[in-house]
Design a protein around this ligand. Sequence first.
Ligand SMILES: Nc1ncnc2c1ncn2[C@@H]1O[C@H](COP(=O)(O)OP(=O)(O)OP(=O)(O)O)[C@@H](O)[C@H]1O
Ligand SMILES: [Mg+2]
Length: 378
Amino acid sequence: MGDNASKSREWKETVILDVGSGCVKAGLSSDRDPKIVTATVVGYPKASEATETSIVVGYEAIEKSDQLRLIWPVRRGIIIDFEAWSAIIRYVLNKLDVDPGNHPIFITEPILNPTQQRIRIAEYLFETLNVPGIYFGLHPLLALFSVGKVTGLVVESGEGLTQIIAVQESYPLHHSAIRIPIGGIDITRYLMKLIMRKGIHISSEYEIEHIRRIKEKACYLETDYESKLRLARGGMLEGEKFELPNGRTIVLHEEKFVAPEIIYRPSLIGLKTKPLDEAITEAIFSVDIDVRPAMYPNIIISGGNTKIRGFIERLQNELLENIPERAKDKLNIGALKDREYCVYRGATILTNLPAFRKILITKEKWAEEGPSSVLGAI
Ligand SMILES: Nc1ncnc2c1ncn2[C@@H]1O[C@H](COP(=O)(O)OP(=O)(O)OP(=O)(O)O)[C@@H](O)[C@H]1O
Ligand SMILES: [Mg+2]
C-alpha cells in the first residue's frame, strides 16, 4: 500500500455538492458552473413501494407531485431526512457519471451547523459510498472566494436561511457569525398567504412552486416602504396580473413589496429575529476595531434570495443609516449577477488549489480517528 500522497495521485476530480434547502448545485471541480441544478426534493411513489428506480429527484418530482409523496430533506440548511438526502447524493453522482470510490467529495455547509451533521455525512460518504476523501466548506467563506476576495463581510441568503459572517485573510471570524432563519421560502410562503387572503386557495406542491416563480418575477424590495404602502392602500398603485396553474388570474399590488419586506421586518411573519441591516452592523461591530475598516468596502452578497429586485439598493440605504459617519463613503456592496452559484464557484476555486489535496480528510484518517477527523475545522 502506498502512502496518502501516492494514493491521492490516483484520485480523480473532486465532486462538488452544494445541497441547499431548496436547490442542489453540483458538478466537478473543472465545471465553473454547476452541471446539475435541481430542486432538493425526493418523490416517493404513493401507490407502490419505493425502490431506487421508482423514486424521482428534483424538479421532475414537483411536476409529478400528484403521484408522489415529496420529501425536502434539507430544512434551513440542516438535513432532516438522511435517507432522502442520500438519495439525492446518489442521483447526482449517477448523473455526473462518476464512481464515488475514485472521487473526493466537497460538501458545502452553513455556518453554525450542528456538528452531528458532519459526522453523519462523513459516515455515509466513507462507509456506504467508499469515497477516498471529503472536505467541508462554509457557505459564506466560499461565496467570498468566488468573487476573488479573502477579506470581507459576507451575507449569504438562500432558500432556507441567511448567514452573516466577517472573514479576515480567509479566516472566518466565528464570533461574528449570525444565522437568521429567514430565506426565500419564507418570502414565497408569505406571498402565498397574502394571495390566499384574496380568496385564492393554493395547496399543492405544484402550485407552491408556481408562486415561487411569481415571486421571482414580481417581488421587489422598496426603498421607501411606508410611503409606497400608503400609496397602495390608497388605491394609487397599478396591479400586475399573473396566471395560476389552474387558469385563474391574480392581480398583485402591494403584495409584491410587502412579501420580501420580512427581511427588514421579521415581525410581519411573527419572528423576533433581527432585521438584516441590524444583523450586519452587529456582525461588523463584533470584530476587532482594526479589522472593521476592511469590512465596509467589502460587503459581499450571495445566494438566490439576494436576487430579489432592489435588494442591493435597499441594503445600501439601510446600512448608510446604521454605520458610522466616517465609514459611509467607503461602503461598497459587491454582488455577482448569478450569485446563486457563488458558493458552488468558491468550492471550485478551493478544489483547484494545489494544496487542496493536503487538506482533504482521507478515508484512512476517518478509519484511524473516527468522528474527530471531521470536526477540526468547524
Ligand atoms: N430572481 C430572483 N428573485 C427572487 N428570489 C429568487 C430569485 N432567484 C432565486 N430566488 C430565490 O432564491 C432561493 C434559492 O436560493 P439558493 O439556491 O441560494 O438557496 P439554497 O442554496 O437552496 O438554500 P440554503 O442555502 O438557504 O439552504 C429560492 O427561494 C428562490 O426563489
Ligand atoms: Mg445555499
